[in-house]
Design a protein around this ligand. Structure first.
Ligand SMILES: Nc1ncnc2c1ncn2[C@@H]1O[C@H](COP(=O)(O)OP(=O)(O)OP(=O)(O)O)[C@@H](O)[C@H]1O
Ligand SMILES: [Mg+2]
Length: 226
């Protein structure tokens, strides 16, 4: 969140999508948490569930998935009717509204484009959760309509080559990539990995920090399993 606000290319970005290589790399988790971070800092934010195949954003906010993107794009509902308001202060959510049989058609349609341009007027930031790149092209269809993308990578889950290929598809588009979020990395592991690349003093810093956090965690929750 701080990095997005600081970087020249992303600080004024209004509309961003989050994607990954394969399923389960934390896209929805990252989308929701980023959106919340901006909302907490007083910006007016909406999350759109752009994963019309396997929508999950509503679950995180304990909402129903009965109205949303699909209804707005088909003209069945207005944005006002479909948006779930104030799921947190400053944060609204537009669920998928069911599962689409023809997601590509919806995302390519004029309705989706019009919906996004209207949401750009109403909100400071618009975050779109999208399906994984290696599976379907949905996120690449949405890409030309946003100001930038964020790539979620789950540590040790996705094969390096596959992630590189997916990332190259994002980077080779004309839309800026605002960076990648490395998920599922605990501090002990990150200490180990950073130690390979950086100065020894960093190693001590990360190791000490990881050990300290472990102790704190144990004190609060009992020792970690496994
Ligand atoms: N950084 C994290 N810390 C803790 N839990 C996480 C983190 N990132 C993801 N998770 C958990 O991992 C699981 C998968 O994450 P999520 O649903 O966000 O992935 P996804 O990429 O949206 O998956 P899908 O492609 O199936 O939509 C969830 O249970 C989520 O809560
Ligand atoms: Mg998801």
């Amino acid at each position: 969140h701080s990095s997005l606000r600081l970087k020249d290319e992303s600080k004024n970005a209004k509309c961003m999508l989050v994607t990954s290589t394969i399923p389960g790399e934390g896209k929805s988790f990252v989308t929701s948490n980023l959106a919340l971070a901006f909302a907490v800092h007083g910006e007016k934010v909406i999350i759109i569930d752009g994963d019309l195949r396997k929508p999950t954003v509503h679950k995180g906010f304990k909402l129903e998935n009965t109205k949303g993107v699909i209804d707005v794009c088909s003209g069945k509902l207005t944005l006002d009717e479909a948006i779930a308001r104030q799921v947190h202060p400053n944060l609204d959510v537009l669920p998928a509204g069911g599962r689409a049989k023809n997601p590509t058609h919806i995302l390519n349609g004029k309705g989706f484009e019009l919906m996004l341009s209207e949401l750009r007027k109403r909100y400071d930031r618009v975050f779109i959760d999208t399906p994984p790149i290696a599976a379907v092209s949905d996120s690449l269809i949405i890409l030309p309509l946003v100001d930038g993308s964020i790539f979620s990578i789950y540590f040790n889950k996705v094969r390096r080559k596959a992630a590189q290929f997916a990332a190259s598809r994002l980077i080779n588009s004309n839309i800026p990539n605002f960076g990648a979020v490395l998920n599922g990395l605990n501090l002990a592991v990150s200490g180990y990995y950073y130690a390979q690349y950086y100065d020894k003093s960093y190693k001590d810093y990360y190791m000490v920090k990881a050990a300290k956090e472990d102790q704190e965690h144990d004190r609060e929750h009992g020792p970690a399993r496994g």
